[in-house]
Structure formats: structure tokens, C-alpha cells
Design a protein around this ligand. Structure first.
Ligand SMILES: *Cc1c(COP(=O)(O)O)cnc(C)c1O
Length: 425
């Protein structure tokens, strides 16, 4: 390592940080250092305000809240789609805020997976989040096929990352659809979405991405890359609150296609209240909504997204890279002999917004960290995720949390805890 990192280096980095003022926009618990914003982002004052505003519109307008007030509920999913579009690099009409990660996956796969003679399989990967895999298995079953045969999971060479070459090699003639994560939830690897989309399209395969770990953390250019569809949750880096409504993107070249799972909110807005029994789907991403939007679960997002547009996703990404680099270097400098193994790709263009380190005692190390006020994220059986988040974490947070980790390792205080995960881990 080039230079010795010190507490002063952390403070200097904070002084130079143009995003530092955003920390005051959030509710931070001063006795904690929160490093779990990639699982559940923190509440901001703006998000709280817009939630209260929408409660107020219910109080004031009753049913007329659908069309009255500052954020008429009937148009909210579309207006939030427009607010999110820059974060995924899409046109406003290509994005809608609706559903959840898993239900949006169901919707999009039900729409775009049309097994035909010879092309019957879905290509995914063996490192993906279980919910995505369960959903794909059930979608295959819905088509009357056996998922053991029709769901192909690309293998990882090292158990932590995916090699794009292996994914491309698996794009064979029998693949109808590909679904991959943008960033792997464990190792934090950024998958090369642009290259994989090009390769899929050369072979006439539809490709979509799960953006849960990348939205609000890194920039995307979905439209430019020609990605067919994508979906995500809004409660991780986007700080939309527990159970926040999710989002999806469909490339405009697919506009006009019928939604696989239809409902009256799939309608074009002008036709919806004609109450006809033949659906006239919206001519944009709105067609992939199903039922009435969960207004109170979407309300915090209105305020939260303002912060992202003010901060700028490029600035967020730059700071996030600096934070994860600083944290990794610091762990190596301070506790290099504690046998932590970094599983993230090291290169900036492949490293997402969190660090993932492994240690045989990970479960009890996480418990010891929590007792000392550092909030990490344990992933069974031996992984620790640490996410210093650009909008509310500081370099001083990173310094302090690494010092606490150092003390736990040196004094072996983690041995006071059981090496077993909790119900939520
Ligand atoms: C967080 C996450 C989910 C969660 O799905 P929900 O439907 O929001 O519960 C799914 N997939 C991935 C990759 C995730 O990171």
C-alpha cells in the first residue's frame, strides 16, 4: 500500500466530499454506524415528509385524492417512473413504479418468456438471489415444462463471481430468455450488462436484469444498451422504506405487447374507467401494472428520489467507489492478519456498492459488531457485507467501524457470541 491511512486522512476526505451535506437529510442513530444501506436504506426527512403529505391528502380529500392534491395517486406510478428513469438510463415512458422485485419478475417473465419449438429454456446463474430462482422455476412450471430441464444456471468458477465468457458460451440456440443480476448480492460484482445484451441479441435472445443491488448505487444506460427489461426494489439504495413498492423498465421497442399478467391498471389511463371487458393496455411501461398502486408504500420514494436527483448518480458512484476502496485498504492495513478474505472484484468498474468479506467466524463477528454499534449484514454461512453508502456515510464512519472491527479481532471478543445466524440475517 502506498501511504499510511490515518484518522486525519478520513477527516480530510470528508472535508473534500461534496456530498457530505446530504448526511443531514437522514435520520441517523448517533450511537450507531449504519453499514446496511444495501439491505434497507435509512429514512430521510424528505421521505418522511412526502409520506405525511400523502396521508394528509387521504385525510383531506378522501376518494378525490386520486386526482387532487400535490401528488394525485392516479398518476403517481407514472410520475415516479419519470423520476427514476435517469437512474437507469431510460426514457420516462420506459419505467413504472409498481409491484415488488419478485412480482415484477413474474410479470416480465410471464410477458417475455414464450417457449417455442426448439427455444424453451431460461438462462440464469447459480449465484442469483433465491427469490429470483424460485420465480423462474414457477414460471417454467406455468408453461407446463420441467424446470430441472429448462432452467440453466451458469456456474461460477470461484463460487463468488461470474465470468461473462461463461455466460456467453451458455447462450445456446435453445435459450428463449436470459435473466441475470446487475450486481451480485454477495460478492458485489458488477456484471457487464452492455456486453451481455449485445451477445444475447446477436443470438435473438431476450435479456433482462435484476437491478436490486445497483439501482441508486451505480449509473445504468439500459436504453442505450438495448436491454429488453429490468426490475428492482426501492428499499435498498433508494431508501424508499421497508416494503416500498418496486420498479420496472421495458424497452420501448416492446411497447404494445400484452402484459403476461393483466389487470385493470394495465389499461391506458383514458380507457381504464370505461370498464370494458377487453383490455386496452397502456402504450408504455404502464401496461405492466396489475392492480391499484400501494399509495402509502410508495409515498416516501417521492421525497427520497429528490435527493438522488440533487446529488447526481455520477457523484454518488464516485464517492461510493472511494468509500469502498478506503474501507478495503484500511482493513488490510489495520487488521491484515485477521484472515479476512475479500470476495469483491477489486477493479473499480466491476466493484459495486458494498464490500463482501469472508471469515469462518463471520456470524459471531457480526453479532460483536452490532453490540458495538456497527450495523453490518451477515450472509450465511461465512459472509459479512459492509456497505458504506454515499449519501449518509462518511469516511470517518469507515475509520471508526474498522477500528471497532480491529478491537473485536484483536481481543477475540467475538468468541463471547454463538457462531450462528439469527432469523433475519
Ligand atoms: C433484495 C432482493 C430481492 C427481494 O425481492 P422482493 O420481492 O423485494 O422481496 C430479490 N432479488 C434480489 C437480487 C435482491 O437483492
Amino acid at each position: 500500500m502506498a501511504e499510511q491511512l490515518t484518522y486525519t486522512s478520513a477527516i480530510e476526505l470528508d472535508k473534500k466530499d461534496s456530498l457530505a451535506p446530504f448526511r443531514n437529510e437522514f435520520y441517523l442513530n448517533n450511537s450507531n454506524i449504519y453499514l446496511d444501506g444495501n439491505s434497507l436504506g435509512l429514512l430521510s426527512k424528505r421521505a418522511e415528509k412526502t409520506l405525511l403529505t400523502l396521508l394528509e391528502s387521504w385525510k383531506t380529500f378522501g376518494i378525490d385524492g386520486w386526482t387532487e392534491g400535490d401528488h394525485p395517486w392516479f398518476y403517481l406510478s407514472e410520475s415516479l417512473g419519470e423520476q427514476i428513469a435517469p437512474l437507469v438510463g431510460a426514457k420516462a415512458e420506459e419505467v413504472i413504479v409498481t409491484g415488488s422485485t419478485t412480482t415484477n419478475l413474474h410479470q416480465l417473465v410471464a410477458t417475455f418468456y414464450n417457449p417455442s419449438e426448439g427455444r424453451t429454456k431460461i438462462l440464469a446463474d447459480e449465484l442469483n438471489f433465491p427469490s429470483d430462482i424460485y420465480a423462474l422455476q414457477s414460471q417454467i412450471k406455468q408453461k407446463g415444462l420441467d424446470f430441472h430441464e429448462h432452467l440453466i444456471e451458469v456456474k461460477s468458477r470461484d463460487g463468488h463471481t461470474l465470468d461473462e465468457k461463461d455466460i456467453i458460451a451458455a447462450m445456446t440456440e435453445d435459450i428463449a430468455l436470459i435473466l441475470l443480476p446487475s450486481i451480485l448480492y454477495r460478492s458485489g460484482q458488477i456484471v457487464d450488462m452492455k456486453r451481455l445484451t449485445q451477445e444475447a441479441h446477436k443470438r435473438n435472445i431476450i435479456i433482462g436484469f435484476d437491478l436490486c443491488h445497483s439501482i441508486g448505487s451505480i449509473p445504468h444506460e439500459l436504453s442505450e444498451w438495448g436491454v429488453d427489461f429490468a426490475f428492482w426494489c426501492n428499499y435498498k439504495h433508494l431508501n424508499g422504506g421497508p416494503g416500498a413498492v418496486g420498479g420496472l423498465y421495458v424497452n420501448e421497442k416492446h411497447f404494445g405487447i400484452s402484459p403476461g399478467l393483466a389487470g385493470w391498471f394495465s389499461s391506458s389511463k383514458e380507457k381504464q374507467f370505461d370498464m370494458e371487458h377487453i383490455l386496452s393496455p397502456a402504450h408504455d411501461a404502464g401496461a405492466f401494472q396489475i392492480g391499484t398502486p400501494h399509495v402509502l408504500s410508495v409515498a416516501p420514494l417521492i421525497g427520497s428520489l429528490e435527493l438522488f436527483s440533487e446529488a447526481g448518480i455520477e457523484n454518488i458512484r464516485n464517492k461510493s467507489l472511494q468509500l469502498t476502496r478506503f474501507m478495503k485498504d484500511l482493513i488490510e492495513q489495520e487488521i491484515g492478519d485477521a484472515h479476512f478474505i475479500f470476495r469483491n472484484p477489486d477493479e473499480d468498474h466491476r466493484r459495486g456498492g458494498h464490500l463482501y468479506i469472508e471469515h469462518p467466524e463471520a456470524a459471531r463477528i457480526c453479532k460483536a459488531l452490532k453490540d458495538k454499534g456497527v450495523i453490518p449484514d451477515f450472509r450465511s454461512p461465512n459472509g459479512i457485507r459492509l456497505a458504506p453508502v454515499a449519501l449518509y456515510n462518511s469516511f470517518e464512519d469507515v475509520w471508526n467501524s474498522v477500528q471497532i472491527l480491529k478491537e473485536i479481532m484483536e481481543n477475540q471478543t467475538y468468541k463471547n457470541y454463538e457462531n450462528k445466524r439469527g432469523v433475519i440475517a
